[in-house]
Design a binder for this molecule. Structure first.
Ligand code: GTP
Ligand code: SPV
Ligand code: MN
Length: 590
């Protein structure tokens, strides 16, 4: 096949050689080398609309916004089809799907052979991280999906900037995405950490195919981080600026669809006038000890791939502004005038909609109008509360790490770990109810260490050891906390109002890291004393309700500790002894 001559935008021999090999394998009809320019975006967007891949939304209401509807069986990450491919199964560990490297290459090369016939292969160079940072990494994704190209353009720093960073080097992630009609029987998300390579087939859904995100920044990132002595985590990064102008940076690891984007964009209630919360990142943090002994974090991403349902101007005004322009929506519902809608966007649903499957929908319809995992992809700079530090190559110094899951029972609103090792135990034993972000059952409590169960690219036991060992490399470690926004009362109502009101929890955390807030020793850790948790100005909330949200129920904790044992049993051969000791200490305190 001879391809139409086009500027390559790079002379890097390794890139050119690899693209040659992959084109020979996939045999696309056309080959397009992307440069990330505005003209290219315009042209590719028009092509996507012409091919029916994107629908142009109402440009008066949503300037620059487009809509994509996926295949109904390709709507979330496929954890059961996600593989870590290493020489030995032990490297992948008991919580990952493992496949022998050679075998997976053989299988996927066979699937991809001729897999792009009649299609166009796009070469998408991108950076994870701000230009100039020592943590920043280069990836090149080859994809036959225009939706992926345009989404990667939002989610990463895509284009020539990546080739500039790479220079003549060979150190870039080789990502191949072959859509194969998004056929679930041909769906594999395969990671080859030893080769810094990813092959994704048979899907066109976000986390499966935007390879810079979960695949590179988390699975391969975590592998590299362990080798090189840093941390690649499923964490938001936010900046909390006090009325006095003092900035405190905090990260938080909550599992998928458990509140990272909302917390990172939080708008404090009126009572906290003068406090400014700004977003550095909403999903991924790369963290490395800095010269002053503190832990510094960058957000490798350049966009938000956020959950649409539940997002509205009350719960998250910053997100509402962020997605009001230049956004790609996936699997939400459409109004007759091509505006978007999802459950929780407005109290009253519109009288008439087209649902995410393209069918007519009315408020009487049985199924939700938008898919529960419908999403938006929007540029990071769209956020009115975007932190100025997002492009700082040095990152931001982290004072607190917060762990948290979605727990209807058992877990109190907030507590602080006694120290780093105890904090690692708190993170390691995190549980959370499963959500629609991954295919499979929803609402089942599973152990999700550090919210990394689906994203740790190597043996989870080794990962927990890495966390324990990192303490020695961080002379001034962040304080560690645990939160739960999702505890319910007997009637099933949330005990805590959440969203902006989470500022009250955040303020206690900030003050704790500054040594200014009081705390009481409790079985789980430090908890706010009655004077140091600000409830002023709250409607329908009082100290009794706070006590209910903070209560420790012995029956529930008996079950909780036994639930933790399931994970410990699975990881037993690799588990740091520190964590066993922490378990004993917890039982003793209970
Ligand atoms: P991923 O993008 O999948 O990693 O999700 P995420 O962790 O960023 O979660 P996100 O902030 O998008 O929230 C997921 C869902 O939880 C949305 O439907 C939110 O409305 C809801 N949610 C977020 N924060 C809160 C909260 O404080 N209280 C309650 N009750 N719900 C919340
Ligand atoms: C998650 O599931 O944690 C997400 C969405 O952030 S996806 O990128 O699809 O994985
Ligand atoms: Mn996520």
């Amino acid at each position: 096949m001879i391809y139409k001559m086009q500027p390559l935008h790079t002379n890097n021999p390794a890139v050119i050689r690899w693209v040659g090999e992959m084109t020979a394998l996939c045999q696309p009809d056309n080959l397009v080398w992307c440069d990330g320019s505005e003209e290219e975006k315009k042209k590719l967007t028009e092509e996507a609309v012409a091919q029916g891949i994107l629908i142009k939304l109402n440009q008066e209401k949503l300037p620059g916004c487009y809509y994509n509807r996926s295949k109904p069986d390709d709507v979330a990450r496929s954890e059961d089809r996600t593989f870590i491919c290493t020489a030995s199964a032990e490297e992948a560990g008991p919580t990952n799907n493992w496949s022998a490297l050679k075998e997976m290459y053989r299988k996927l090369h066979a699937l991809c052979a001729g897999g792009m016939r009649g299609r166009t292969l796009y070469v998408v160079p991108y950076l994870m991280g701000p230009p100039g940072s020592s943590l920043t990494k280069v990836g090149v994704e080859l994809t036959d999906s225009l939706y992926v190209v345009l989404s990667m353009r939002i989610m990463t720093r895509m284009g020539k900037v990546a080739y500039e960073h790479l220079g003549d080097g060979e150190d870039f992630n080789r990502g191949l995405h072959c859509m194969l009609e998004a056929d679930p029987t041909r769906r594999y998300i395969a990671h080859f950490p030893e080769d810094n390579a990813i092959i994704s087939t048979g899907s066109n859904y976000g986390g499966n195919v935007l390879l810079g995100k979960k695949c590179y920044a988390l699975r391969l990132g975590s592998w590299l981080a362990r080798k090189q002595g840093w941390l690649a985590e499923h964490m938001l990064i936010l900046s909390a600026e006090s009325p006095e102008g003092e900035k405190t940076f905090v990260t938080a690891a909550f599992p998928s669809a458990c509140g990272k984007t909302n917390f990172a964009m939080m708008v404090p209630p009126a009572h906290f006038a003068g406090w400014k919360i700004r977003t550095v990142g909403d999903d991924i943090a790369w963290m490395k000890p800095g010269p002053d002994g503190r832990l510094y974090a960058i957000n490798p991403e350049a966009g938000y791939f956020g959950v649409a349902p539940g997002t509205n101007s009350k719960t998250n005004p910053n997100a509402t502004a962020t997605i009001s322009h230049d956004t790609i929506y996936t699997n939400v519902a459409l109004t007759p005038d091509l505006d978007v809608w999802w459950e929780g966007k407005t109290k009253e649903p519109p009288a008439q909609l087209t649902d995410w499957k393209g069918r007519p929908w009315t408020p009487g319809s049985k199924e939700p109008a938008a898919h529960a995992n419908s999403r938006f992809a929007a540029p990071i700079r769209n956020n009115p509360a975007c932190a100025p530090e997002v492009d700082d190559p040095n990152g931001v110094p982290i004072s607190a790490i917060i762990f948290g899951g979605r727990r209807g029972t058992t877990m109190p609103l907030v507590y602080q770990a006694f120290n780093w090792i105890h904090g690692v135990y708190v993170g390691a034993t995190m549980g959370s109810e499963t959500t629609a972000a991954a295919t499979g059952a929803v609402g089942k409590v599973r152990r999700d260490p550090m919210a990394m169960l689906p994203f740790c690219g190597y043996n989870m036991g080794h990962y927990l050891n890495h966390w324990i060992r990192m303490r020695k490399k961080i002379p001034v470690p962040p304080r560690i906390f645990h939160v739960n926004w999702f505890r319910r009362d007997e009637q099933g109502n949330f005990l805590w109002p959440g969203f902006g009101e989470n500022m009250r929890v955040l303020k206690w955390i900030v003050e704790r890291t500054r040594g200014r807030a009081d705390a009481q020793e409790a079985p789980l850790g430090w908890v706010p004393g009655p004077r140091d948790f600000d409830l002023a100005g709250m409607k329908d909330f009082n100290p009794e309700k706070l006590a209910q949200a903070q209560a420790i129920n012995m029956e529930e904790w008996r079950r909780e500790v036994l639930g933790q044992d399931d994970l410990f049993f699975e990881l037993y051969a690799y588990l740091p002894k520190e964590l066993m000791l922490q378990r004993e200490l917890l039982v003793a305190r209970l």
